[in-house]
Design a protein around this ligand. Sequence first.
Ligand code: ADP
Length: 192
Amino acid sequence: MRLVLLGAPGSGKGTQAARLKEHLQVPHISTGDLLRAEVAAGSKLGLEAKEVMASGNLVSDEILLGMLEDRFSRPDTRDGFILDGYPRNLAQADALDKLLTRIRQPMDYAVQLDVPTDLLVERIAGRAKAEGRADDSPESVRTRLKVYDDQTAPVIEFYRQHGQLTVVDGVGGLDDVFNRIIEALVPAKEVG
Ligand code: ADP
């Protein structure tokens, strides 16, 4: 199964993706994690991405697409994947669509985790204390939420128009949200 998780920073994509990975037995591809690994390794790409990430802005489409093509060329994605953190703007959505068409692995589902903004801010503030991520400072969080509204929210419409979108209520306990996602993945024809 090939699915993409959509949702604002703090919506729970990473947490749910980790659980879905176990449940569906397919790899979890997080562009945020891939970028953080490059930063940690001190690679050329990581050095380029570091400041942009810390500010809460988007790393260039070109870098992201290269990273993704590389990731999809690994054999573990053959039986599917859970994509998290990509696409983050319409150009990326388009590039992904073309890439998946080319490798004959069209997306099955786009699942949007829907969480109100005040709760997002609260969750990120909690995570900032616990994890100390460089881009969880109040200023960077404001930028990330604005970038999401301006650039990433339109991606939801993209998947709606392609008939692939499922919206899931992301408010509630981790198990509740997880169960809602699983229910949303049952194809309509099997529901009856
Ligand atoms: P979040 O918790 O905000 O969803 P992620 O871990 O997914 O964060 O990503 C962290 C940062 O990595 C982003 O703010 C951005 O700078 C960069 N990044 C991740 N994915 C992408 C992408 N698809 N395009 C551009 N930049 C990205």
